[in-house]
Write a protein that binds this ligand. Structure first.
Ligand code: ZN
Length: 139
C-alpha cells in the first residue's frame, strides 16, 4: 500500500524528491501532478502534488526528505565536490538570512515589471550569528 510522504505546491519539486528517493533505492511515485498542469487553482484546493512511497519504507523516506529539506544533502554534495557551503566570512556560521539592498529591490521590481528575471547572485548575505554582511563569492 502506498502512503503519502509529502505534498508539494510545485509538481517539479515532487519529481525531484521522487528521483532522490529512487536514487537511494526507495521506490516512489508522484500523484496528482496532472492537476497542477491542467488547473493550478484546483491543484491547490486538492492539496498539491503528492509523493507516495510503500508504507514499510515511510520512515526511511522521511529521513531522506528531512535531509533534503534541511540542506544536509546539499552540504554533503558541496563537501564531495570540495565546495565550501555559503558561510559568514567573519565567524564561519552557516545560519544566515539572504536579503537584497533597497536599491537592488527597486531595480528588481522595475526589471520584473518591465523586463525579465533578475540576477539573484547579487544578493546580500547577513549572518544571523554576528551580523556580518557579504556578497556572493566575497570573503
Ligand atoms: Zn558571523
Amino acid at each position: 500500500m502506498l502512503v503519502t510522504l509529502a505534498r508539494f505546491l510545485d509538481p517539479w519539486e515532487a519529481y525531484v524528491v521522487r528521483a532522490l528517493l529512487e536514487a537511494e533505492g526507495l521506490p516512489a511515485t508522484v500523484a496528482h501532478a496532472h492537476h497542477a498542469i491542467a488547473n493550478w487553482p484546483m491543484s491547490l484546493a486538492l492539496g498539491g502534488t503528492a509523493v507516495q512511497v510503500p508504507a514499510p519504507l515511510l520512515v526511511s523516506a522521511r529521513a531522506l526528505l528531512t535531509d533534503y529539506r534541511t540542506g544536509v544533502l546539499e552540504q554533503q554534495l558541496n563537501e564531495d565536490l570540495g565546495i565550501r557551503s555559503e558561510h559568514c566570512p567573519r565567524c564561519g556560521s552557516m545560519d544566515f538570512k539572504r536579503t537584497m539592498p533597497l536599491h537592488r529591490r527597486i531595480g528588481a521590481l522595475v526589471i520584473v515589471l518591465f523586463l525579465a528575471a533578475y540576477p539573484s547572485r547579487r544578493s546580500l548575505f547577513i549572518c544571523r550569528n554576528c551580523g556580518g554582511q557579504w556578497r556572493w563569492g566575497q570573503e
